[in-house]
Design a protein around this ligand. Structure first.
Ligand code: ATP
Length: 354
């Protein structure tokens, strides 16, 4: 049978609302595959705080290798549980996959689907930004340390690691995406006036790579000015490429400006190979088990996964279905509706099967 499978996707519910939203995502993916005659095999994986607390291990090396080797992509609901305050299982699962599969692109689209969803006054309906956040370097490598920890003389350092290789590949991915999707501008965000060493590297590489894309407008913004501009005129930006820390912060801002956490999907991608898609939101333990979690960010991940698998028409249909559900008012309470998570999912799956 395996020979007929055109793609294999691992489905990981995770913690809190993760299993609730990912169940909807799996239904929508199955319905989209059915509509387009695609043979996509879904396998469920138990990687969660429950399992970590039960077995004392979050993910084995064999499981991690199998996920990367035997699947084309993974869909993850969310990880995070108050019973694991040091987030050990998140580190093992997410960072393990990120480093072993070298998922150097954190891809975060922020598109204003419906102007009324924006907290801005008079938002431009054309607002549509994709963030390319570097995902393996910067301030997130754990370099540095604490000296005299726990005393009043404590010293803490955290170093930002930036390599030519790491910067070049994320900048190139941003430009290639812009060229492939017809986006006319790529903006580099940094703090080159203060973080002069890494700033010089990023600016040099941005100019070098950008020279190969003469038809695409190119500019650079300091991160503080960018934070203002994302609120003032977000419609100006099309593709934004930036470091791990700045991308983390700015893409949350972009998500809020275009409708909030309930709608924001993301991908951890090694272009051309493996990818893991997850909503930007966390496990939201405060609403877990109540059936009110908004599944649209997880469904947005399905669209990103289908695009990654080059099943572009199916991806477009899923995106269209998200907009339709909001327009028709089939929405969870965070969007002002009264539908449950599964009612939204059933509506979308039925629409895709029609
Ligand atoms: P974690 O520590 O796992 O990130 P968190 O609760 O601190 O979890 P989020 O999960 O991002 O952070 O949630 C922040 C707030 O947004 C919560 O109050 C939550 O109820 C709400 N929220 C997050 N995701 C959703 C969703 N899909 N639908 C509705 N509300 C959501």
């Amino acid at each position: 049978m395996r020979a007929t499978v055109s793609a294999r996707v691992a489905v990981i519910g995770g913690d809190g609302i993760g299993p609730e939203v990912i169940a909807v995502a799996a239904d929508v993916l199955t319905a989209a595959a059915h509509r387009h005659g695609l043979d996509i095999a879904l396998d469920w994986w138990e990687l969660s705080a429950d399992r970590y607390l039960r077995d004392g291990i979050a993910i084995t090396d064999e499981e991690r290798d199998c996920l990367i080797r035997d699947y084309d992509a993974a869909l993850l609901g969310a990880l995070g549980d108050p019973r694991v305050p040091d987030h050990a299982h998140i580190r093992d699962i997410l960072l393990g996959l990120r480093f072993h599969a070298d998922l150097y692109v954190n891809f975060r689209p922020c598109k204003l689907l419906i102007p009324a969803l924006s907290p801005l006054r008079d938002p431009d309906p054309a607002t549509d930004i994709v963030f390319f956040r570097e995902n393996t370097e910067g301030l997130y490598t754990g370099l540095g340390g604490r000296f005299k920890a726990g005393t009043t003389e404590e010293v803490a350092t955290q170093e930002s690691l930036n390599t030519y290789h790491g910067v070049e590949r994320i900048v190139r991915a941003a430009f290639e995406h812009a060229a492939a999707t017809g986006r006319g501008r790529v903006t580099l965000v940094d703090k080159a006036n203060a973080l002069v060493h890494e700033g010089a590297l990023w600016r040099r590489v941005f100019a070098e790579v950008g020279a190969g894309f003469p038809d695409i407008a190119q500019d650079a913004m300091y991160v503080d000015a960018m934070a203002m501009d994302l609120v003032r005129r977000p419609e100006r930006y099309e593709v934004v490429v930036t470091s791990n820390l700045f991308g983390d912060i700015l893409s949350d801002l972009g998500a809020q400006v275009t409708g909030g956490l309930g709608l924001a999907p993301s991908g951890n991608i090694n272009p051309g190979t493996w990818a893991l898609f997850e909503p930007v939101h966390g496990s939201a333990p405060d609403i877990a088990g109540q059936g009110i979690a908004n599944p649209l960010a997880a469904v947005g991940c399905v669209a990103l996964a289908l695009a990654h698998l080059e099943m572009n028409q199916a991806a477009a249909d899923v995106d269209e279905c998200i907009v339709a559900s909001i327009r028709e008012g089939v929405a969870t309470p965070d969007l002002g509706g009264s539908a449950t998570t599964s009612v939204v999912g059933d509506w979308m799956a039925a629409r895709l099967r029609d």
